[in-house]
Design a protein around this ligand. Sequence first.
Ligand code: ADP
Ligand code: MG
Ligand code: ZN
Length: 623
Amino acid sequence: MPIKDKPTPSRFRFLNNILLIGGVLLLIASFILPLVLGPQIPGVPYSLFIHQVQEGDVARAQISQNQIQFQLKAGDEETGSVFSTTPIFDLNLPSLLEEKGVEFAAAPPPKNGWVTSLLGWVIPPLIFVGIWQFFIRRGAGGAGQGMLSIGKSKAKVYVEGETAKTTFTDVAGVEEAKAELVEIVDFLKTPGRYTQIGARIPKGVLLVGPPGTGKTLLAKAVAGEAGVPFFSISGSEFVEMFVGVGSSRVRDLFEQAKKQAPCIVFIDELDAIGKSRSSNGFYGGNDEREQTLNQLLAEMDGFSVEAEAAPVIVLAATNRPEVLDPALLRPGRFDRQVLVDRPALSGREAILRIHSQKVKLGDDVDLRAIATRTPGFAGADLANLVNEAALLAARNQRQAVAQTDFAEAIERVVAGLEKKSRVLNEKEKKIVAYHEVGHALVGSLMPGSGRVEKISIVSRGMAALGYTLQLPTEDRFLMDEAELRGQIATLLGGRSAEEIVFNSITTGASNDLQRATDLAEQMVTTFGMSKILGPLAYQQGNRAAFLEDGRPNPRRTMSEKTSEAIDREVKDIIETAHQQALDTIMRNRDLLETITLQLLETEAIEGEKLHHLLSQVQAVSVS
Ligand code: ADP
Ligand code: MG
Ligand code: ZN
């Protein structure tokens, strides 16, 4: 929440006075001046007027509803004096005037009358509203908005045709995400096809991924592909100084959206409002955020996609899904999550191709080579890279962007990126590749650790340099000893591969070791899986230990001997698993090379191709 600097109090008083003086002046101008300066016509009683008419003294009269002006007859040389009187309701007056030969007419509508009355009736209220707003604004601590606009959603509406239409062809390198979103486009285009057979169209889709990978772009592309309006608002815009503003903004946003359905509501930075309600925020913004979140949940529950002919689908983006309130992820809310990851080699090439369409490329430019040199770059970084290269080319007065411009631009962008995320050099890349393949080889053999679905050396999130993704083939609630040992061996597979290939050890495996050791310790002290120590719980456990956060509980007080025995058992489990991992990798040394080479080339291997490679892994018999 940006805290805007408030004007100093003395400046306030000054402004205030000016406003008041201005107001008073306007009041005088609009009310009193016309009375003082207006034409002065002496008034006479009505009876006198009638008398003068009957006497034949009146030359002409001008009659309006609430005033009669009349001119007396005068001598030849001068015009007669004018008087006015307030009429009473008198139907006989016209005939009397006619009889006495008075020239009479209805008064023309007053020339400046409406201006005066407008000034009189409109300006003062305006002044009051102005003063009122001024005070409100001051009270708001410079929130920067008048009272009247508070709570109005600032959602921008991008309607197709108004902005350049974004489609899936503008997005590359995130093929899986695109494939999932194609379905959403279909929902928006032909909701009837789904509702007709009773399918529930998802209301919320959460795009998860590091910054700059194209989440916003994808959301726009979904709207563009479906040809529906696109409402976008950022989570941080919901959270304001006033409690209640955020929630009314949410309400307003959905109201607008429903009117234009089918459409897409895109909430960027969902974590700004969707932070877990249990985790305490600082400076009391919590209440407000909670209300906003509750309103969002209520809105999402409130509309039923099926009931309405046209769906409103809420897309949201975050790079920190782990902090989100679990309530947001329940069915009927953001129950779909789409991973928008950093692009691998071919993806990067495709993104470079998209963005270099706008610049003139020289003949020597090799986008594939550039993609090879930019591991870890997100889409936004690549877009930036193309632009940097174009700038350099222009500065060097070239007609088209050359490969050398790209080379120089990469250096610049990398320098900026190194602070933000990790960009691996060639040697690190190789180490990470062997490491991840090591995990995969061991993991593919171990019982109960799930199928290896993807290996990648494109860093994901902030922590990992590469990753091996194992997906369980079924729901598991219990694990037996062999499976736990298998998991530990898999965790050690990365380091074992490094040991075998490079005969040295890097710091990259520390997280693996931590997790392996935690698991081993839990086996001994919590699950009672050690033969020597028996089925005793050596930890003061009331936390649900298994699968919760993986961290062991503090140990019970115990004799030194027991403590030593535990340490020995833990070490033994780890060492056995380590040996098993080493054996497995030694046995499959050639396959390790084959897969690693492929991984280095494409940066990620997944699906059928990976299954095929890993099906060749040969098991070693455990002695
Ligand atoms: P995010 O919302 O994930 O932070 P954006 O969608 O705002 O990222 O991406 C910023 C810009 O970077 C986009 O407008 C686009 O020019 C470029 N970009 C990012 N990812 C991609 C991609 N996958 N394909 C093409 N361009 C991309
Ligand atoms: Mg974005
Ligand atoms: Zn690892």
